[in-house]
Design a protein around this ligand. Structure first.
Ligand code: ATP
Ligand code: MG
Length: 328
């Protein structure tokens, strides 16, 4: 029997009751991530990227809630776990790296203590061994003189160094999955690439599955194995990164690519997409993208909207861009 994927999300629906009615920031999202694989998640602000990640780790802010679908980690179902069970899972089975390193670090505790506590909580080792591993973890993420810095507090580090500490913390209990939500957005451009490269190398070495949310197509191109493109809470396109970036099939992906520097680097030029993503209260019937799509036809306005499953498996589009299609 083959190994189940590390993460399998099936038909995930997240709902938020609001005064204007129930909205669905995540609406029928399905994907898997295998051991050692990096899945990039892209899409405009508000597309539901963070909600999807937060649903997986059980960190949805109320009143948002999982209203449908299933989440499996290493073959075991994890949606519907109790708060205590989820807390055990986070840190042990799932590591997290967020945009702001300070959300993951306790400002009042030396970084060595935070690492040691996490290791002691999740691994069958004693105090001395936990301490040794904490130093090794800091060393591995490139903190100079790790043994001496172990008593330092988070504010004594630069932003880039702090994010390295967060990565050490996320990986120290040897999780099988890491969820990284815009891990470099708050950092200096000069250190962003180093942090991404570090995350990629460590997760590859360990065979950790990674969900990497980012706005940066360059990062996706360099880092991800597959990419999921989200639009208005749904998957617009999902496929191998090279194929999706060089030959997007969904008009939305093509539009996104057109607004990144990649398009000018000898890749075909694609025009910008006019308009904005719909608000969750006003998702149009049919394909949510149709009002902005220059390929939209009658079928695209009809209900129900296209899904990866109902289309070609790669793009949720009734009229996907064909491989041999010339794009002006
Ligand atoms: N309490 C709430 N009530 C109503 N809508 C909400 C609430 N919280 C979040 N949303 C909506 O949920 C949607 C998904 O948000 P999410 O944070 O997942 O987007 P995102 O893709 O991560 O965007 P960004 O790139 O800006 O981080 C957004 O449209 C947001 O406005
Ligand atoms: Mg987000």
């Amino acid at each position: 029997m083959s190994q189940p994927p590390v993460l399998a999300v099936r038909n995930l629906v997240v709902e938020i009751p609001t005064r204007g009615g129930i909205v669905r920031p995540v609406d029928g999202v399905s994907y898997t991530i295998a051991a050692g694989e990096i899945l990039g998640v892209v899409g405009e602000s508000g597309a539901g990227k963070s909600m999807t990640g937060n649903a997986v780790i059980g960190l949805l802010d109320r009143p948002a809630r999982i209203a449908g679908g299933e989440i499996h980690l290493n073959g075991a179902r994890i949606d519907g776990l109790t708060l205590a069970q989820l807390r055990r899972l986070r840190g042990k089975e799932i590591g997290m790296v967020f945009q702001d390193p300070l959300t993951s670090l306790n400002p009042l505790l030396p970084i060595g203590d935070q690492l040691t506590e996490t290791i002691l909580a999740h691994l069958p080792v004693g105090q001395a061994e936990a301490r040794r591993r904490a130093v090794a973890a800091l060393d591995e993420v490139g903190i100079p003189a790790a043994a001496e810095r172990i008593g330092s507090y988070p504010h004594e580090f630069s932003g880039g160094m702090r994010q390295r500490v967060v990565i050490a913390l996320a990986l120290c209990a040897e999780p099988s999955l890491v969820i990284a939500d815009e891990p470099t957005t708050a950092l200096d451009v000069s250190v962003q690439a180093q942090i991404i490269a570090l995350l990629k190398r460590l997760c590859r070495d360990r065979g950790t599955a990674v969900m990497l949310v980012t706005h940066d197509m360059g990062v996706i191109a360099e880092t991800a194995d597959r990419v999921a493109v989200m639009y208005a809470g749904r998957l617009a396109e999902l496929g191998p990164v090279r194929e999706v970036l060089t030959a997007p099939r969904h008009p939305y992906t093509a539009g996104l690519m057109g607004s990144t520097p990649l398009a000018s680097k000898g890749q075909r030029r694609l025009h910008q997409i006019p308009g904005a993503m719909p608000r969750l209260h006003a998702i149009p019937p049919g394909c949510a993208f149709h009002p902005r799509c220059d390929r939209a036809a009658e079928r695209c306005r009809a209900d129900p909207g296209p899904t990866l499953k109902s289309c070609d498996g790669r793009a949720a589009c009734w009229f996907p861009i064909a491989q041999d299609e010339a794009v002006a």
